[in-house]
Write a protein that binds this ligand. Structure first.
Ligand code: FAD
Ligand code: NAI
Length: 478
């Protein structure tokens, strides 16, 4: 390769992990010196931002916000003293609004790349050897980049369901579910994890008859506290979503007009067939490394397809690091972002840090569900003695004024040290409130630290303070 193709850092993948690493590398000075651009980010999608911006976090939150508004205007205005006239759905406009948000943000990253002298290379990257990545350029031709350091940030893809052929129109992953052209009459969702429940909420609010089939006896996917999951299910059921728990999908078929899926009790036994216009496959995601040429450099992947790394994100080739969804840890955008910053700091300074014990999770249904730290079952299993403080939003003044009193805050602390071990919230604004809990855990706070911190009145966050109080004393308002 010529010298202009030589870089300090070559990043493969322009998703949250990759683009944040690129910007951070630029900021850290791994950037243009004379005519030498030293950070390059290769992305094959034709847009930056990866799954999160293009077909994940951002479009889903746009639809969740606007379908909630629609649903609220239809069903939740009278008691507030607001009489509305005819309410009509304009799905095309709702999808345009979604696209406007996506486009604005992806273009924003292109701007940040320019600002930080990152070389944006549009195409598919694959390893030729440990230091060279060949790029099949989107507009034809190819180019080889040589990297002193290489970061793999190729993300993940939906796990397919054997026997159901995804066409993204009638048998869809989240990608198709974010762009349906009309509201399905009947929708079956396979998998009651976060994607399943967020998408079930979107289409159910718009009028679809939605059934979620979940293998386990609990919704919410891995990590959600059982008590919270139970409450979430109750609330979502009240909103019209139906659930078949402890049930697995065995196979399915598409007649051209109807998609049928056969289900049976997870433990064997009762079978039934569910017919739908649209079936969403949401049984998890798996690392994406297809076409990356890993075989050319012999990098190791584990039984779940994750690239194997050490604590500093290094593969066995120590100048090749891996971050984000294609390696260990929760598949979350903010986790990818933290790793991106840490990986660049390792390269530049030799040290970096991510606290995997303080990564929040949020499910953006209504109400939201959010948690950080360990759930009760995990704490119980660890053998640590603990105390639980619970505070219901029905006793919180702001929730009362908002006429949104469903849910509670559950705070679990160490019975001996009072240190906060986990916070689980279901309720209005849980996704924002969890930031305070995350900060508390990050700083090793005790529940008394939180309980003795003055919180503004009337705010939903007072429920968090009172749940903390309830662990070692009594909440005032409940
Ligand atoms: P990705 O975002 O998948 O990016 C990888 C990029 O690499 C892709 O753009 C891909 O095209 C590119 N690429 C792959 N191979 C190559 C190659 N060989 N050459 C060049 N480019 C390549 N997380 C949250 O935290 N909050 C949410 O609300 C949330 N909502 C979600 C909703 C949905 C529907 C989905 C599917 C996911 C959601 N997630 C959410 C998860 C989040 O999207 C991921 O955790 C995040 O995108 C991971 O970032 P990444 O950079 O590791 O991977
Ligand atoms: P998930 O792992 O959260 O949930 C999948 C669910 O499907 C599990 O509950 C599992 O028991 C069930 N399942 C598996 N096989 C099944 C079968 N054959 N029949 C019935 N049920 C079956 O995965 P999901 O929801 O696909 O999401 C993937 C990833 O995307 C998650 O890791 C999540 O972190 C991320 N994500 C995050 C969001 C957020 O932060 N708000 C939103 C959407 C996705």
């Amino acid at each position: 390769a010529s010298s202009s193709d030589e870089h300090d850092v070559v990043i493969i993948g322009g998703g949250v992990a990759g683009y944040v690493a690129a910007i951070k590398a630029g900021q850290e000075g791994l950037k243009a010196r004379l005519s030498l651009t030293t950070t390059a980010c290769i992305e094959k999608r034709g847009a930056l931002g990866g799954t999160c911006l293009n077909v994940g976090c951002i479009p889903s939150k746009s639809l969740l916000n606007n379908t909630h508004l629609y649903h609220q205007i239809l069903h939740d205005t009278k008691k507030r003293g607001i009489d509305v006239g005819i309410v009509k759905l304009n799905l095309e406009q709702m999808m345009k609004a979604k696209q406007t948000s996506v486009d604005g943000l992806t273009k924003g990253i292109e701007f940040l790349f320019k600002k930080n002298s990152v070389d944006y290379v549009k195409g598919m990257g694959s390893f030729v050897n440990e230091h060279e990545v060949k790029v099949d350029l989107l507009d034809g031709g190819e180019k080889t980049l040589r990297g002193k350091n290489i970061i793999i940030a190729t993300g993940s893809e939906a796990t397919p369901f054997l026997g159901l052929n995804i066409d993204e129109e009638r048998i869809v992953t989240s990608t198709g579910a974010l762009s349906l052209k009309e509201v399905p009459k009947k929708m079956v969702v396979i998998g009651g994890g976060i994607i399943g429940l967020e998408m079930a909420s979107v289409w159910s609010r718009l009028g679809a008859d939605v059934t979620v089939v979940e293998f386990l006896n609990q919704i919410g996917g891995p990590g959600m506290d059982a008590e919270v999951a139970k409450q979430a299910q109750k609330i979502l059921q009240k909103q019209g979503i139906q659930f078949l728990l402890g049930t697995k999908v065995t196979n399915g078929s598409d007649s051209g007009s109807t998609v049928s899926v056969n289900v049976e009790a997870a433990k064997g036994g009762k079978e039934q067939t569910l017919d739908a216009d649209v079936v969403l496959v949401a049984i998890g995601r798996r690392p994406y490394t297809a076409g990356l040429g890993l075989e050319n450099i012999g990098l190791e992947i584990d039984e779940r397809g994750r690239l194997v790394i050490d604590q500093e994100y290094r593969t066995k080739a120590s100048h090749i690091r891996v971050i984000g969804d294609c390696t260990f840890g929760p598949m979350l955008a903010h986790k990818a972002e933290e790793e991106a910053v840490a990986a660049i700091e390792y390269i530049k300074k030799g040290f970096g840090h991510v606290n995997y014990g303080a990564i929040p999770s949020v499910m953006y249904t209504h109400p939201e569900v959010a948690w950080v730290g360990q759930n009760e079952a995990e704490i119980k299993a660890s053998g640590v003695k603990y105390r639980v403080g619970n505070f219901p939003f029905s006793a919180n003044s702001r929730a009362k004024t908002n006429l949104e009193t469903e849910g509670f805050v559950k705070l679990i602390s160490d019975a001996e040290t009072d240190r906060i071990l986990g916070v689980h919230i279901i309720g209005p604004g849980a996704g924002e409130m969890i930031a305070e809990a995350t900060l508390a855990i990050e700083y090793g706070a005790s529940s008394e630290d939180v309980a003795r911190t003055c919180h503004a009145h009337p705010t939903l966050a007072e429920a968090f303070k009172e749940a903390a109080m309830a662990t070692y004393s009594k909440a005032i308002h409940f």
